[in-house]
Design a protein. Structure first.
Lengths: 278, 325
């Protein structure tokens, strides 16, 4: 599996470098504008190196009364954090049950889970909105947290990993020692699932942090947004101070970039392994 | 101590090596083995039933009613919402936009991903570096991307028009025309998803046995021929998978077109609805300013039907193409 059959030629490297530049440039440019004064957008040729206006832009961003940016950051951290913990826990538990415990109907239930991954549940936003109104959850964070607490993708991914990463002998030995199934999960299975759980956690955090459509529908109180809604409020103003807007997008992207730089290898591994098995 | 020794040697205990415990233990453990798996998988099913299946089915019910947010009563109107939709030119405009943007964003995306995967599927230095390079657009937030690309495509000071200016192409008002806004929005989608799909294709390419290529090379097949007659046909299941995923995602496009259009016309996709997608049309009708849940729900089901039809058509096309090659 060490690369392909063919050697990479100079042309391969040029092509890949070009693809990399195209990928990184918009992000880089976002950070450039975030450090410039607000007339950067009108300059010809456009600036491509960072300037020194970041502190001033940050001040204006945090003081912006339309965007509530800091509240948005905090809310997004709460939402993405709690969803991630919950998805990892419940998906591991269910994945373990599907991979290692025998129970009637398990195959059928697993098929149902795979099928749910194909259903565009976003189309249910209208009744979901009505449901949240009935529950009195409109404009509150639990409206965006609770529906995401466990996902079909997570269960399936953990099931795939558990079936090859946890040996049956180990589970049998724990059972012989008198462990109940939950004890087996806690002391034998969970430690072995840690690599996959990390990848699932990272992917879940990033997806939830980036989520836009459902928060846009259900969180209508401008003073209690997620960070993506703050960005929308920023960019939707009548007077557009682009360096301030771009400072917002840059700060909102920064946590994801940090995660990606530290764990990029694991995230790539997770995506590629999932692809082969799916 | 003595008791525990006693239980261990008790003749009645089967050889299943149970640790000493209360007499109820085996029974408890049997119940545990039999029922706790259901407990462990239950959270997903409960949650999906409440927040996934129920809303989707209930959407159908709502769509058969005149259902206004503020009204006290929601009279049953049968298929009236649907027949109104079918003669609603704004609805058909959103279908047209959705399909146009979908084609412009999916076809180049998957072709480019295939090509990128083929480049990555070689002996490379700094492998992880290049893979991270192509994946990085995928991890950024959709809203941020839409805002940044909105500026890249702006008429007066956008970088794209500035670069095109060197080729003698006059400044294009991307927001003002259908095709222009389609291209801008599709570019965002292509930028975000090409690398992700490339990694999935790459994973599938690496699973193709090498001796297939070796024997093809002995038979004198050039690399490009090997690519089209070995790699692509063997990648068919993965291509089908990516096409279906892209179809589901692409036809529901919402965030990119919404943020590409700023101001009060945003949800309409511009003053003349140049880039309003079906999901946006659903929102416009179901939420502010109209709050007509019934009509919005009907749009949602039409969109669902469209996704199913397009997915099936795509799979048939790929099957046929693979058979003929």
């Amino acid at each position: 599996m060490n690369g392909g059959l063919w050697k990479g030629t100079r042309l391969t490297y040029v092509a890949l470098l070009l693809a990399g530049v195209m990928s990184v440039f918009p992000i880089y440019w976002m950070f450039v504008v975030a450090t410039r004064s607000s007339d950067a957008m009108g300059q010809v040729p456009p600036p491509v190196t960072p300037g020194g206006n970041l502190p001033g832009n940050l001040d204006r961003l945090f003081a912006n009364t339309d965007a509530h940016f800091l509240t948005g950051m905090l809310n997004s951290a709460i939402v993405a954090g709690s969803v991630t913990v919950s998805v990892v826990f419940f998906s591991s538990l269910a994945g373990f049950a599907f991979a290692k415990l025998r129970f009637r109907g398990s195959n059928a239930l697993l098929l149902v889970i795979i099928a749910t991954m194909m259903v565009p549940t976003q189309l249910g936003v209208i009744p979901l909105y009505m449901l949240m109104t009935d529950l009195g959850w409109n404009d509150q964070l639990q409206a965006v947290i609770v529906p995401g607490l466990v996902t079909g993708f997570g269960v399936f991914m953990m099931r795939q990993y558990a079936s090859q990463a946890v040996s049956d002998e180990l589970i049998e030995a724990a059972r012989v020692d008198g462990c109940g199934t939950f004890r087996i999960f806690r002391s034998v299975v969970a430690p072995a699932l840690r690599p996959a759980a990390a990848v699932l956690g990272l992917l879940t955090f990033m997806t939830t942090w980036n989520d836009f459509l459902w928060p846009y529908a259900v969180l209508n109180d401008p003073e209690n947004p997620t960070v993506q809604l703050s960005l929308r409020a920023l960019s939707n103003g009548y007077y557009q101070d682009m360096s301030q807007v771009f400072t917002g997008t840059a700060i909102a992207t920064l946590p994801l970039l940090v995660v990606f730089v530290i764990f990029g290898r694991q995230i790539i591994g997770g995506i590629m392994e999932g692809a082969v098995k799916a | 101590m003595a008791t525990s020794l006693d239980t261990r040697t008790e003749p009645g205990t089967p050889v299943t090596h149970r640790r000493p415990g209360s007499p109820g233990r085996p029974r408890l453990s049997r119940i545990d083995m039999k029922y706790s798996p259901y407990l462990y998988v239950a959270p997903f099913f409960v949650l999906f039933a409440v927040f996934g299946v129920y809303p989707l089915v209930y959407t159908l019910w709502v769509s058969l009613h005149e259902w206004d947010l503020l009204a006290q009563e929601h009279p049953f109107v049968g298929l009236a919402n649907y027949s109104a939709l079918l003669s609603d030119s704004d609805f058909w405009n959103s279908v047209y936009n959705t399909l146009g943007i979908f084609v412009l964003s999916t076809v180049p995306q998957l072709l480019l991903a295939l090509w990128l995967a083929n480049m990555l599927n070689r002996q490379l230095r700094a492998r992880t570096f290049f893979r991270m390079g192509v994946l990085i657009p995928n991890i950024t937030s959709t809203a941020a991307v839409a805002i940044v690309f909105g500026q890249l495509f702006s008429r007066d000071f956008g970088l794209i028009n500035w670069v095109l200016g060197f080729a003698g192409v006059g400044p294009i008002d991307w927001n003002a025309s259908k095709l222009g806004s389609w291209i801008a929005i599709s570019t965002m989608v292509d930028w975000r998803w090409t690398g992700y799909n490339a990694l999935i294709f790459l994973a599938a390419m690496q699973a193709i046995p090498r001796d297939l290529y070796e024997s093809a090379a002995i038979d004198g097949a050039r690399p490009s021929r090997q690519f089209w007659s070995i790699t692509v046909p063997l990648l068919r299941p993965t291509i089908v998978f990516c096409v279906i995923i892209s179809t589901i995602g692409g036809l529901q496009l919402f965030t990119e077109p919404l943020l590409f259009n700023s101001g009060t016309n945003a949800i309409r996709g511009g003053p003349l609805r140049e880039s309003q997608t079906m999901t946006m049309y659903m929102f416009e009708n179901a939420f502010a300013p109209n709050y007509n849940f019934g009509y919005g729900a009907a749009v949602a089901w039409m969109l669902f039907a469209l996704i199913v039809v397009v997915a099936i058509v795509n799979v048939l096309i790929i099957r046929r193409a693979a058979r003929s090659s």
